[in-house]
Design a protein around this ligand. Structure first.
Ligand SMILES: [Zn+2]
Length: 52
């Protein structure tokens, strides 16, 4: 499963590949600014822009 996610700090979007587990607990490191952020699937807090 692959998603397009947006960094909450620099607003850049990047691909995130999920390799099993629970999406709620996933943490992604921004490839642009280095910030770690939770991916979430909650509609209000999600960083997912779309599924790719
Ligand atoms: Zn960033």
């Amino acid at each position: 499963m692959r998603f397009l996610v947006q960094c909450p700090k620099c607003k850049q979007t990047m691909q995130y590949e999920m390799r099993g587990g629970d999406i709620q607990t996933k943490i992604k490191r921004c490839v642009y600014c280095g910030r770690f952020f939770k991916v979430h699937s909650n509609i209000n807090k999600t960083r997912i822009v779309k599924r790719v």
